[in-house]
Design a protein around this ligand. Structure first.
Ligand SMILES: [Zn+2]
Length: 171
């Protein structure tokens, strides 16, 4: 999908959450928590590998000519970080044309700087929507779970859970 200058963050986020919900619908069992982004990526024909990467690299999305796309994840990262990186790269993949060739790398040191980049906004919202599906997340919140408990349940960081609560207008 092409990017237009007029695309504002709220539109990008809406697209990202819609596409994540659609992907869950076709590639994941309804209501099953935690979501496994690696299984979903593999069902989409993407190779997912962990590799020794330098400390600042979270992960990458690579598509070489005539090869399947590959999501590379930093093997040194903590499990929930790896899950978010995989879901984030899956978000980047959703925005690419099938016949593109590309290598994109996500750096830890870029996390704050890329906050206004539409592609990063999309990938982050996509990842949050994929790992914390709205219906299940709201239901768990309604049970009175705080961000730390939600984080354990959905296998995300407490920061990601708190951010999701805020984005859904629940905090
Ligand atoms: Zn990214």
């Amino acid at each position: 999908m092409p990017l237009y200058i007029a695309e504002v963050p709220s539109q990008i986020k809406k697209e990202a959450s819609t596409e994540a919900a659609q992907l869950l619908e076709i590639a994941w069992s309804p209501g099953q928590i935690p979501v496994d982004p690696v299984a979903i990526a593999r069902s989409a024909g993407i190779r997912v590998v962990e590799a020794k990467l330098d400390e600042d690299t979270l992960g990458a999305l690579v598509k070489a000519p005539r090869e399947d796309p590959v999501i590379v994840i930093n093997e040194s990262d903590q499990d929930n970080r790896k899950r978010f990186t995989c879901a984030h790269e899956l978000g980047h993949w959703m925005r690419r044309s099938v016949d593109d060739e590309y290598t994109s790398i996500d750096l830890r040191s870029d996390l704050s700087r890329t906050g206004n980049d539409p592609e990063e906004i999309f990938a982050n919202e996509f990842a949050a929507s994929l790992l914390m599906p709205e219906t299940e997340f709201r239901a768990q919140h309604d049970l009175g779970r705080n961000p730390k408990l939600l984080a354990i349940e959905f296998k995300v960081s407490p920061e990601a859970a708190a951010f999701r609560l805020k984005n859904l207008g629940l905090a």
